[in-house]
Design a protein around this ligand. Sequence first.
Ligand code: ADP
Ligand code: MG
Ligand code: MG
Length: 207
Amino acid sequence: MDVALARSWIAAIAAAVAEQADYLTQLDSAIGDADHGVNLNRGFTAVAAALSSAAEPAAVGDVFVKTGTTLVSKVGGAAGPLYGTAFRAIGKALPAGSSTVDAAELGVALRAGLAAVQKLGAAVPGDKTIVDAYGPAVAAFEKAAEEGLAVAARAAAEAAAEGMRATIEMVARKGRASYLGPRSVGHQDPGATSTWLVFQALADVTR
Ligand code: ADP
Ligand code: MG
Ligand code: MG
């Protein structure tokens, strides 16, 4: 992955979030406060603007640090800080100054992003959150990394989709949905769904 591909990934996330904003918000209206799509769309619109106005970053990691910093500053709610922290951690975990990174290096960085999400939000697998899509996605990415970025990204997107669907049966234990307790069962988690969009975007731009 080079700087241009990193930017393409973020642009693809922004496009997917814009296209699916109503769907994400609908999911959040069932078990939250009906703003997940609005929140992320505002955030990634700001990210796209920040990336296009700034000078071309020299390193892949810089693209993700800028993405994360912008999300943290522009998006309220739970998901903004969580995604922002994830992208900052991904950027910081990549080799400093590198204009290209390989699949193994990106795998390490994605793992660091997951750790940052869990450190900030204290969610574990099964809590019906972002972690339930992100965790399986990183594991699948790492397992396939030797086969190259495109294969790893596809595996990650498939695992994220499976993890997202598995949240339907879960009882929410973190975030607003946890206020519903068992009544959260039967609804797909909005954050796990947007995480699937993130990995699907990576598969799309690397294919
Ligand atoms: P808010 O709930 O503050 O309105 P959003 O609607 O943007 O924020 O995001 C909701 C999503 O955030 C949930 O669907 C869930 O996936 C995720 N989330 C909430 N709390 C946590 C947490 N502690 N750890 C990981 N993800 C979380
Ligand atoms: Mg919400
Ligand atoms: Mg909210």
